[in-house]
Design a protein around this ligand. Structure first.
Ligand code: B16
Ligand code: MG
Length: 218
């Protein structure tokens, strides 16, 4: 029985990875090294400070900076990122997402967000997705990042749903592992081979219905 669907944000409902990439690349350029789209793959679903460490490792400069300097760099990157996402609109919701959420609402299935992003609220507001959610858990509400299950367990609790009746939609391996540790089923979204541990895989939401979900997971 499925009573709640828990969604990751970046890469599942919207593609904010392009904006994260633009901002990280700008930071790397200021620090004097190149950061490619390929490097950026490793940052998907990873928290802001952990992402910065990965970026600094790419440039081979992590040891050069103090904790305070790293805080400042992360804040600088976030300032640019917020500037980019401030201009987001509903046109950036990924294809098929709105119809699937509409269907869940009609069927009385609870909808929750489980994102690592501390900017999730702004993205939901600008895209108009916010109204769908019975609960929103973002990076500012948890102390442990995915693959820790905290973000999804809190989402389940806030919607009053037992974990066994929750399904998580994720585009990152750490998120699929977080769902498993939370005792929830998972749907891997997108084509990444790193998602093979998900209970089922979908390329995206176009044409995907709740009936399809129950056929694959119930
Ligand atoms: P922020 P998700 C994640 O979002 C992004 O995939 C990841 O690239 C980002 O570093 C992280 O949020 C933190 O975001 O800097 O806005 O707090 O996939 O968990 O929705
Ligand atoms: Mg994601």
């Amino acid at each position: 029985m499925i009573s709640a669907c828990l969604f990751d944000l970046d890469g599942v409902l919207v593609d904010t990875a392009v904006y994260h990439y633009k901002a990280w690349r700008r930071l790397a350029a200021e620090l004097g090294f190149e950061f490619t789209e390929e490097h950026n793959e490793a940052l998907k679903g990873v928290s802001r400070m952990a992402s910065l460490d990965i970026l600094l490792d790419t440039g081979g400069v992590r040891e050069r900076y103090s904790a305070g300097e790293k805080e400042e760099m992360a804040a600088r990157k976030n300032g640019w990122y917020v500037e980019y996402i401030s201009r987001m609109t509903a046109s950036e919701i990924l294809p098929g997402v709105t119809s699937f959420l509409d269907e869940l609402k009609t069927k009385g299935i609870k909808i929750a967000l489980g994102s690592a992003s501390k900017n999730a609220g702004l993205i939901l507001e600008n895209t108009g997705l916010g109204g769908y959610f019975d609960a929103v858990v973002d990076g500012s509400m948890v102390s442990e990042a995915k693959p820790d299950p905290q973000v999804f367990l809190l989402g389940a609790e806030l919607t009053g749903t037992p974990p066994a009746q929750c399904v998580v939609f994720e585009d990152a391996e750490a998120g699929i592992e977080a769902a498993r540790r939370a005792g929830m089923r998972s749907v891997g979204v997108g084509g990444s081979p790193t998602l093979r541990k998900a209970d089922t895989l979908i390329p995206g939401f176009v044409g995907f219905t709740f009936e399809d979900l129950t056929k694959r997971i119930d």
